[in-house]
Design a protein around this ligand. Structure first.
Ligand SMILES: [Fe+2]
Length: 274
């Protein structure tokens, strides 16, 4: 997740950020140790991509050509811009919802500028550049997903005005962070929370965990956990399904706001298992 109110315990330098929470990446000043951490994380995770990652994630990662060190956001923005018009901006870490939505609506993806410490290779609480870049950025090269994420951001102000931030967060969590797609005769991961975790990449695609056919109204009501592997995942057939839900999203957000939440991990009689 990328949108949350900054708290005193976050490690980014929020004092250095502009009012829109951006700051310069200063790529040339990144220490060699951080590049080494990136290379190791990239090596381990990209090895899982051929078998477990969605085609769009694999293609996007190849386009970004980022195995050699912490990516230069300006260079990646040039590659993305030519494909889908998206660009990347450096931020200190998690940022408030309104700033996050505004960036997405303008086709700017906020990327945390720092990388985890070597002792945090397998898990850290805050998203770092490895999660934000390797997890999220490849999909921004896919036109349908790129259009969906802009449209999602454009609905942020409506959700805030109408007390529907919780359903907005659920949509982002289940479909942007932990989404699966059916392709090539199996289920592949495209969600950033999955693809930036070696354990969850294998678990989400190969274990007996429930994988349910995507249903927008259901997703908007479904609670989630942030501290462990997900207890279920939703599967789309194509990224156009996400773009298509934008059409009725305002009404769907209000309906989900007013409906009882579906508890974490619950499988309903109306669900379709994939
Ligand atoms: Fe994320």
């Amino acid at each position: 997740m990328n949108a949350i109110a900054p708290a005193p315990n976050l490690r980014g330098d929020y004092a250095a950020a502009a009012p829109d929470y951006t700051l310069p990446q200063r790529h040339a000043a990144i220490p060699p140790a951080d590049h080494a951490t990136w290379r190791e994380l990239h090596r381990r995770q990209s090895a899982l991509f051929p078998r477990h990652a969605a085609r769009a994630s694999r293609d996007g990662l190849a386009l970004l050509d980022c195995a050699d060190g912490v990516p230069d956001l300006a260079r990646a923005s040039a590659a993305l811009g030519a494909r889908t018009g998206w660009s990347l901006v450096a931020v200190p870490g998690l940022i408030p919802e309104d700033a996050f939505f505004a960036h997405l609506a303008a086709r700017r993806f906020p990327v945390t500028h720092w990388i985890r410490r070597p002792e945090e290779m397998d898990y850290l609480e805050e998203p770092d550049i490895f999660h934000d870049f390797l997890g999220h950025v490849p999909l921004l090269a896919h036109p349908d997903f790129a259009d969906f994420l802009q449209g999602y951001g454009a609905h942020g102000a409506f959700a805030q005005r109408h007390g529907a931030l919780r359903p907005m967060a659920r949509l982002y969590w289940h479909m942007v962070e932990f989404g699966l797609i059916r392709e090539e005769g199996g289920v592949r991961a495209y969600g950033a929370g999955i693809l930036s975790s070696a354990a969850e990449t294998v678990f989400a695609t190969e274990s007996a965990v429930p994988r349910l056919r995507f249903d927008a109204a259901r997703v908007l009501r479904t609670e989630y956990r942030i501290d462990d592997l997900q207890p279920l995942y939703f599967v789309i057939e194509h990224y156009r399904e996400l773009f298509a839900l934008l059409d009725g999203l305002e009404g769907a957000l209000l309906a989900a706001r007013d409906a009882p939440p579906i508890p974490v991990g619950a499988v309903l009689p109306t669900d379709t298992r994939i």
